[in-house]
Design a binder for this molecule. Structure first.
Ligand code: EPS
Length: 372
């Protein structure tokens, strides 16, 4: 992996942050573009109260000078405005719990009622947490804001190579997204019932050059790397490439995309492969479809247990979104861009964007000759 990143930060901690390593030097980065993507992630039908509090913007701390990358690690910060209300229960320093006022504020935010569908139960068992907040804070989807910021840097790199990523909502709660009124209705119904909704999202990457990824070993396969990246988004439960699971009920003659000649050029009239064959891009648009589950934090909670007292209780609820499918689409776009950015850097190498572009142009010329 050439382009890599780590994120840190809790949902109600002081801030979220990310460090990117491996971005080449000399790439123009627009902070405004990063902020546009962050804003897109905050929008969408069915979002909850937290998004009213936050207006996510990035502060770049390193790796960029006069708007250009230097080749050094890029570090970025996104502040949690809500932290103002969480200073005591999210304190980094040990607190004087003998002070009744402080102790009360800490106790108020202790969670012992594990939420089905979230990281709470397994996380508490794994890390030995008695207060589930230690698990909830980091497993919260708030972390995806940092991924969107990293994804925006990846997108700005990919644009130099003509690659564009895009996402589309296919359905929400089983309703075709084109039927906007019905979608609005179903979200309102779910909200009134204290329930939540998931949906189907499709991500496209256009103009990806053929030959990115490889068939020679499992961990170099582009589809494998994309699937892992998309599946790593908290609420995602399935990832499909191209025709996806339909391939299981489609005969080979209808499944595979024929290779034809048109005016002496090699073309593919169909794209059931979703732009990936043999773990490599084949020059057609890359098409990834993902299913997002309904958010497990519900106003009308499911039955659960108190992990400390073993009493039957209702799962914890603080605040949640009824539906965050539109936000998830922006995150999925970001993860797709991150993987493609890494693959481009792997294939074309270099330490400055000019060097990477020169390598890319040479390769494109060569394959262009073979395809026409
Ligand atoms: C989110 C921030 C969270 C939630 C949501 C997504 O903020 P808070 O917990 O303060 O309401 O709104 O995350 C979840 C519901 C979850 O279960 O992870 C965000 O920034 O996208």
């Amino acid at each position: 992996m050439k382009f890599r990143f780590l994120t840190a930060g809790e949902s109600h901690g002081k801030s979220l942050c990310a460090i990117i390593e491996g971005m080449v030097a000399g790439l123009d980065i627009s902070t405004a573009r990063i902020n546009e993507d962050l804003k897109r992630r905050q929008q969408g039908k069915g979002r909850g109260g937290r998004m009213q509090i936050e207006s996510d913007t990035v502060e770049i701390l390193s790796g960029i000078r006069f708007s250009k990358t230097t080749g050094s690690p890029i570090s970025m910060l996104i502040k949690n405005t809500d932290f103002e209300n969480w200073k005591i229960p999210m304190s980094v320093e040990a607190l004087n719990l003998n002070d009744p006022e402080i102790s009360e504020k800490v106790k108020e935010k202790v969670i012992t009622n594990v939420r089905p569908g979230h990281a709470d139960l397994a996380g508490a068992l794994k890390y030995g947490a008695e207060d589930i907040r230690d698990i909830l804070e980091r497993s919260s989807a708030r972390e995806t804001a940092t991924r969107v910021a990293v994804g925006s840097v990846a997108k700005q790199f990919l644009e130099k190579f003509g690659v564009k990523t895009e996402s589309k909502i296919l359905s929400i709660g089983g309703i075709d997204a084109q039927n906007e009124n019905a979608v609005d209705d179903i979200i309102l119904q779910a909200k009134n019932k204290g329930d939540t909704l998931g949906g189907l999202i499709r991500v496209y990457a256009y103009n990806v050059v053929a030959g990115v990824g490889s068939f020679v070993n499992w961990d170099r396969k582009l589809d494998g790397n994309l699937a892992r990246a998309i599946m790593s988004i908290g609420a995602v439960k399935s990832v499909e490439i191209g025709l996806g699971k339909e391939c299981a009920v489609t005969v080979g003659s209808k499944m595979h995309d024929e290779i034809k000649l048109e005016n002496g050029k090699i073309i593919r009239p169909t794209n059931n492969a979703g732009g990936i064959e043999g773990g490599m891009s084949n020059g057609e648009p890359i098409v990834v479809t993902l299913a997002m589950k309904p958010i497990p934090t519900m106003k009308t909670p499911l039955k659960s247990v108190n992990l400390n007292t073993k009493e039957a209780i209702e799962a914890h609820f603080e605040r949640s979104d009824t539906c965050a499918v539109e936000a998830c689409a922006v995150v999925a776009e970001a993860m797709t861009a991150i993987i493609l950015c890494d693959e481009y850097l792997e294939k074309f190498g270099g330490d400055s964007v000019d060097e990477t572009l020169t390598n890319f142009k040479n390769y494109s010329l060569k394959i262009g000759e073979r395809l026409s």
